[in-house]
Design a protein around this ligand. Structure first.
Ligand code: APR
Length: 316
């Protein structure tokens, strides 16, 4: 039987993720759900009608779900589930301001997924990301390697875009990395950044790199401020869809993701942005990279910051 991915939440993030996943033409079915009646069905109908133009066979199925879990049958036995349900930020809000309301949403969604797709790999994107990932693992009771969050790929892609624009070079020639949390304690890793293989530090001054790092850290807020309503979704959905693709293809690709860290970097017992090898079982392995003393210290600060918040989510 072909593979199946479900995307929970048919807002901007969810619908663009579903569309990208369908266009990969590697899944048999993409299921899109929402609590707004008719919205996922309507979007699925629209997406299916693009199949002959774009040339993909993946079938998109829309399903409305209710608070008591009706409608989740459509997602049954998914191989991968992407959780996008939840409120986005408004201008001036931090991701953390969403924690109360989104925790309730993500908990309910996770419980229903656990019931209908007990073997799925879960990719969480709802904010605040690190906390919602920890909560989804708690609520499903899934092994930790089967629950991960999307943040690092997006933050890294933003950093790469800023570096490429600043230097006037193709994005393909730039490699960057960010670790840590998807928030104030994001840890850009300039020591791992290169342009055409040469260290970024050869191309830009420390002050210039700092400026791009700050813009990356505030990358989401910059988009929110311009949109005035809603938050970013094109780059975020590209990142989430790539992660789901790596899972289903068992690619073994190393990506920056939010993963359970258990001893790596001397950090234990917390969901944190790190590089990890992704495959059919979810996180195959957290990959440690060489960090400068400052970068490692910042990663440890990020770990403690999210540890405190993740401890709080248990009671939400
Ligand atoms: N089950 C399914 N869908 C839900 C539920 C639920 N329990 N609760 C809310 N939703 C749906 C909403 O009806 C809405 O269609 O989630 C969707 C959210 O869509 P948008 O408001 O467009 O938000 P979006 O930009 O997609 O962001 C979703 O991702 O980046 C994060 O911070 C962002 O937490 C937010 C999430």
């Amino acid at each position: 039987m072909g593979s199946k991915v479900s995307v929970i939440g048919a807002g901007f993030y969810g619908s663009t993720t579903a569309m990208r996943l369908a266009e990969y033409n590697i899944f048999e079915t993409v299921v899109l759900t929402d609590i707004v009646e008719g919205k996922p069905e309507g979007l699925a109908l629209d997406m299916n009608q693009s199949r002959s133009i774009e040339g993909f066979e993946t079938k998109i199925v829309g399903a409305t779900t209710t608070a008591d879990g009706a409608g989740y049958e459509a997602t049954a036995n998914s191989d991968v589930v992407v959780i996008t349900a939840g409120l986005p930020r408004k201008p001036g809000m931090s991701r953390m301001d969403l924690i109360g309301v989104n925790a309730g949403i993500v908990r309910g969604v996770a419980e229903n997924i656990a019931k209908h797709s007990p073997n799925a790999v879960i990719i969480v994107v709802s904010n605040p990301l690190d906390e919602m990932t920890a909560l989804a693992q708690l609520a499903t009771g899934f092994p930790r390697h089967r629950v991960m969050g999307q943040a690092g790929m997006l933050d890294t892609a933003r950093f790469t875009n800023f570096v490429a624009e600043k230097l006037g070079v193709p994005v393909g020639s730039v490699n960057t990395l960010t670790l840590g949390s998807h928030g104030d304690t994001m840890v850009p890793v300039p020591s791992r950044c290169t342009v055409n293989g040469a260290p970024l530090t050869d191309k830009l001054s420390a002050a210039e790199i700092d400026e791009l790092v700050t813009r990356t850290r505030n990358g989401g807020a910059e988009v929110v401020a311009l949109l005035k309503t809603g938050s970013a979704y094109y780059a975020p959905s590209a990142a989430a869809a790539r992660m789901a693709k790596a899972v289903i293809e068992d690619s073994g690709e190393v990506m920056p993701v939010c993963a359970w860290v258990d001893g790596e970097y001397g950090i234990s017992g917390v969901y944190l942005g790190v590089e990890a090898q992704i495959g059919r079982t979810g996180i195959k392995k957290v990959v440690e990279t060489d960090l400068s003393a400052t970068e490692l210290a910042e990663l440890k600060v990020a770990a403690e910051a999210v540890r405190t918040k993740q401890a709080d989510v248990q009671s939400l």
